[in-house]
Structures are given as C-alpha cells and as structure tokens.
Design a protein around this ligand. Sequence first.
Ligand code: ADP
Length: 395
Amino acid sequence: VTAIETTILLGVIYGFLSITIGWLKQTIDTLLGREKELRNIAEEGEVRLTTILQQLPVGVMIVDAKDHKLTGNKHLEKVTGRKIKGRMRTDESYPSKYIYHNDKPVLQKDWPIARALTKGKTVTLQEMEYRREDKKRLFLRVNASPIKKDEEIIAAVSTFYDVTHEKELEQRKDDFVNMASHELKTPITSMKLYIDLLLKRVQHYEDQRALKAVRSIKLQTEKLQELVSDLLDVSRLQTGKLQFTKEPFSLTELLEETIEMLQETTKDHEIILQQAKDLTVIGDRFRIYQVVSNLVTNAIKYSSSGKEIIVRVEKEGEKAIVHIQDNGIGIPKEQRRKIFERLYQVTDPKEKTFPGIGMGLYIAKEIIKRHKGRIWVESEKGKGSKFSFTLPLKK
Ligand code: ADP
C-alpha cells in the first residue's frame, strides 16, 4: 500500500468516525434533554401535588408503611395547633395524647389511620374529641383509608374536619329541646287535671255541645302530652338519662293489651295478632310497650284504610322476634336506614301530609338497642312495610 493510499484510507476512516461521533453526541444530547424535561415535569407535578395537599382546606395526614413517617398538611397543623412530624407509634396499646372518646384516650389500634395502615380498613366519618396542648377541645370528623400499590399497602391517608361549631349548635339545640319540654310538661299536666274535672261537671249538666267541646280539648291535650313526653325521652336518650328497669314480663300479654287498645283507635284497620305461646322476655315493660305502640301506630298511620296489620311473634333460639307488617305506602330503599335517625322523616311531599315529627322510630331504636336487641325494616314502596325487633327471652 502506498503512502497516498494510506492517507486516503485514514481520511475516509476519520471522516466516518467524526460523522458517527457527531450523531452519537446529538442523540445523547437529545436523550439527556428529554430526561431533563421528564424530570422537570415529574418534579413540577410533585410540587403541584404537595402545594395542593398543603393548602387543602381540610386536615390531611399521611403515614408511610415502610418507616411510619408522618406528614401533615398546613390545615391539620392549624387545627391541632402542633407540628406533625416524627413517626407513628406501632405499639397497639399506646394511648393517644390528643384523641379521646368518652373521656378516655383512644388506643393506637383504634386510631383511624393506624387501622387503615395495619388492617387495610377504610374508616368513614368517625367522630373524635381532640384535646389540644393549649387545652382547647375540638370535635373532629375523621376518615382514613389505605393506599395500595399492586395490592400492597404502601401508606395510609386520613382526613380531619373540624366540626366543633356544628357540635356546639347541636348541643344548644338539644339543650333547648330539653328545656322546652320540661317547661311544657308542668302546665300541660295541670291543664289535663282541670280538663278531667271540667269533663265531670259538664257530664253532670248534660250539655251535649259543651261535652263535645271538652272531650275534644281532652283529646288534643293528650296528644300534646304524648308529644312532650316523646321530646323528653329524646333528650333523656341524648344525655343517657333515660332509666330502664329490667325484669321478666309476658310479651304475649303486653301485645294483647296494646293491640286491643290500639284497635279502639281505628275502625278502618284490622290488627291481627299471630303469636307463639307465652313468651317471657326480660326488659322494661313500659318501654317495650312504647316501641310496639309506636310501630303499630305508624302501621295504621302509613297504610290507607281497610287494610290488615299483622303482628307476629316468633321464638328464635334465645330471642323473641316481633314483626309488625302493614300493606301501606312502603318506604323507598334509600330512606330505610335513615328513618331510625333522630327527627328524620321521608321527604316525599305525598307522605309529608302525615302528622308527626320523626321521633318515634329513633326512640324505638334506642330502647331496643338498650335491651341488646335489633330493630330493622323490610319494605317495598307502594306495597307495605314490615318492622321487626328482637328481645332476649327469659332463660
Ligand atoms: P313520625 O311518624 O312522627 O314522622 P317516626 O320516627 O315514627 O316519625 O317515623 C319516621 C318516618 O318513617 C316517618 O315520617 C315515615 O316517613 C316513615 N315510616 C315509619 N313507619 C312507616 C310505615 N309503617 N310505613 C311507611 N313509612 C313509615
């Protein structure tokens, strides 16, 4: 090979190499540029997410599954009056310094966020009392939920709403109901006494018009008395002051008496009692009477005339079950749970025409709950409802 040929060959190789290097450099530059761009986007996304989280008008707390590190947003720090930092306790019996329930500190295993993280539980709308270091007391409504990646829990998030103001308003409303019902009770009792006296006198004079008027006043006063007594029960239930005596009594007799009495109030319905022989239950006879009377009165109220109401009693293991079935207007599915809440009434304008203020079922539910029983409803809109409750049988 001549020197000239070598020079040409070297020149070609050099040219080829420089083109390749140039191309490689360009490719690497583009790739690096792309990576930087992606990193910027990711960082920007993260910054945006953190900013949003920080500024959300609701308290947020996040705990990491690996190191139990806690992060809280600004709102949470403002509400709780402290910095959220450090790690979450892992000892299940560790009592919280801040959250209380019924005056007792809540143990770690019951903290919504701990339940979400270790048990994978979703906690919704749990109310908790929060005691700040400056002694201020708050009511928080807490939600918590696990965060999963490929079925594995990697963190848990909890949200906190300050509902102290709502709670205070509710308390004031309860205090008002309590006070008003107490104030109303005394004058109504004395009115009732005088009406009875008046009735006796009017009966003596045989004045039919006056007699009708006084009877009507008596009936309305009794209604008023029942309403006030329901109001009082509601406020006593709220404050845990409703007294219960527990003793054995015949459910069979109680149902016979109640139904006989309620049958007198309606000519349009036939109340039929189907019962198992002589069941003796344990409980407060008067309060159980209240429950039966309320359910049967509702069955009458919410079913058009001329229909049967069936009261059936069964024995199931160590429990008695009472069913009260009507063929009335029924209850839409979405309302069935809510009707047992305080002051709840179905809002259908058609149904709004029935008198009442939505206390009966709440009182019934609370009474049954305190007898360790269960109360529920099965219903079909337009076809009727069946309310059932259980009571413990005497052993
Ligand atoms: P009230 O009858 O005073 O409104 P309750 O607490 O007894 O209050 O009942 C709550 C609501 O549940 C009622 O307003 C009514 O809409 C519904 N409800 C109760 N019993 C029945 C029933 N047997 N059939 C249909 N709806 C009923």
